[in-house]
Design a protein around this ligand. Sequence first.
Ligand SMILES: Cc1cc2nc3c(=O)[nH]c(=O)nc-3n(C[C@H](O)[C@H](O)[C@H](O)COP(=O)(O)OP(=O)(O)OC[C@H]3O[C@@H](n4cnc5c(N)ncnc54)[C@H](O)[C@@H]3O)c2cc1C
Length: 118
Amino acid sequence: MWVLCDREPVREWSRGRVTLLGDAAHPMLHYLEQGACMAIEDGVSLANKMSEADGDFAAAFLAYQRARYLRTGRVQTMAREVYHASDVVRELRNAMLVDLSAQQAYESMAWLYDYVGA
Ligand SMILES: Cc1cc2nc3c(=O)[nH]c(=O)nc-3n(C[C@H](O)[C@H](O)[C@H](O)COP(=O)(O)OP(=O)(O)OC[C@H]3O[C@@H](n4cnc5c(N)ncnc54)[C@H](O)[C@@H]3O)c2cc1C
């Protein structure tokens, strides 16, 4: 047994020529099964920003963090608040989902699974 930990989203992952990715930048609960997926997306984004930066890694790291923090923050928040809700939040979630068709439920996750990247 081990403790599951997440954190409120933050937007500062980079300082100078140091940056973070994966769980170090945005630890999340596993209820969306996305921690490793977000780490892989981070890697792609970081590689893209570095290849565009002409050797200015500090600028690349800031561009990478700007491209990533809202998406990863959304996953952190959704995993915590929607998929592991309790009490009133759970009732609210259920009320929001109960009338969705299977297709609508699928489409409601398009922001996550149809992502093309930045
Ligand atoms: C129960 C559970 C289920 C999950 N299911 C999924 C899933 O289905 N899909 C999904 O996408 N994600 C899932 N995840 C999340 C996923 O496992 C993590 O988000 C992912 O492993 C993060 O990768 P990372 O490289 O950022 O960190 P880590 O995988 O934690 O890698 C960090 C590495 O750094 C090493 N390290 C630490 N300190 C030092 C040091 N001082 N010096 C050298 N090395 C060090 C560690 O030993 C470790 O190997 C799940 C997580 C849990 C807990």
